[in-house]
Ligand binder design. Structure first.
Ligand SMILES: NC(=O)c1ccc[n+]([C@@H]2O[C@H](COP(=O)([O-])OP(=O)(O)OC[C@H]3O[C@@H](n4cnc5c(N)ncnc54)[C@H](O)[C@@H]3O)[C@@H](O)[C@H]2O)c1
Length: 340
């Protein structure tokens, strides 16, 4: 029987973990019992901000504590498989950051393990809990933009450069997840090119193309090398285009109508330019609750009710399957990889 507030541990309190620390420490749904991080300096810095939380460098303090019901894992990707395995085997429900692991096979292994242990395994594909993406999903499901034509993603900026995975497994994990969710299916094939400009050989820029059934195509451009930060998701349907700019403060979503006349065949060059777009642009008045908080609330709800999380191990598997195919295509100079 769970108490009124589910008892949580946080594993990893680095750059992104600091956000989970803030949310877990302030949530009325959960009690943050313990934070585990192997870096003593990081523990000290965070302990100063959260003096009432217990910090440890030893995961056994979490796995061995029967009072703890659930853990959030926010460590580098290469540690996700062993940590998620240990925590599930010790009987904890687990919310692991994306991507769940670096191979699709390992995702399935963890999915099966969670089933065996009868524990909830959720993966932090945060855009599935983003109010703008949810609004876009709703419009598409309600056939408000017409049949899908193509998707375009731009996720670029200067780092932070990862040491354990390429930009494909880091930034493109978000866009692949959004693309699969909007297309509502796996792609038929993947093609990608990428380059590494660092000694590790891990790509820091990649251009990925997905081909979905019914001719829908997606282009995903990700980079850690771009001096201008951009976070854009464009969904083009027959009747409308949805443009999500995650860096905009108050106008994150623009709904652009296609307009009636693309061009005046008899007009001069000036009239051609003027007639390219004559549809309305609508900016819906949306609320932007913090997606990470919505994600945590969904996890707590799934633990309590036994519901399957929207971003469970199988969702994570599908994303990693596509990321693997993109890496394989990059290794083979952009070869088309069929998703079977
Ligand atoms: N959802 C998002 O938008 C988003 C954004 C950034 C990062 N992330 C994900 O969050 C995860 C962490 O990324 P980050 O940027 O915070 O990395 P980071 O390197 O800043 O922090 C990782 C922390 O984990 C600690 N750590 C490493 N191994 C550990 C272990 N075995 N046990 C306990 N602690 C350990 C490190 O000491 C460090 O403090 C990654 O999976 C990344 O993909 C998600």
């Amino acid at each position: 029987m769970l108490p009124a507030k589910i008892k949580f541990a946080l594993i990893g309190c680095g750059y992104w973990g600091a956000n989970f620390l803030r949310i877990l420490a302030g949530s009325p749904l959960v009690t943050l019992v313990s934070v585990c991080d192997t870096d003593a300096g990081r523990r000290e810095a965070m302990q100063a901000l959260y003096p009432h939380v217990t910090f440890t460098g030893d995961i056994a303090d979490v796995t061995g504590d029967t009072e703890i019901h659930a853990a959030v894992i926010c460590t580098p990707v290469e540690t996700h498989l062993p940590l998620t395995g240990q925590l599930l085997r010790s009987g904890k429900h687990v919310l692991c950051e994306k991507p769940l692991t670096s191979t699709a096979q390992e995702c399935l292994y963890l999915y099966d393990l969670a089933q065996q242990m009868r524990r909830c395994l959720m993966v932090g594909h945060v855009f599935e809990y983003n109010s703008v993406i949810n609004y876009m999903q709703h419009m598409i499901a309600a056939d408000q933009i017409g049949p899908l034509r193509y998707l375009q993603f731009t996720r670029m900026g200067l780092g932070p450069v990862r040491r354990d995975v390429s930009v494909v497994f880091d930034l493109a994990a978000h866009d692949v997840a959004i693309a699969l969710s909007i297309a509502g299916t796996m792609p038929l094939s993947v093609m990608a090119t990428g380059q590494s400009f660092q000694p590790s050989g891990l790509e820091d820029v990649a251009f990925i193309q997905l081909i979905f059934p019914r001719g829908v195509i997606a282009s995903i451009n990700v980079s850690w090398l771009d001096p201008i930060k951009q976070r854009l998701v464009k969904v083009v349907g027959r009747d409308k285009m949805l443009l999500f700019d995650d860096l905009s403060l108050g106008e994150k979503l623009k709904i652009v109508e296609m307009g009636q006349n693309y061009q005046d065949a008899k007009g001069d060059f000036g009239s051609f330019q003027l007639s390219v777009k004559d549809g309305q642009i609508i900016i819906p008045n949306l609320q932007y609750p913090e997606s990470l908080l919505t994600e945590l609330e969904h996890f707590a709800e799934c633990i309590r009710t036994g519901a399957v999380p929207r971003t469970d191990g199988r969702y994570a598997y599908r994303v990693v399957r596509v990321l693997e195919a993109a890496q394989e295509s990059i290794r083979h100079d952009g070869k088309k990889i069929w998703i079977t």
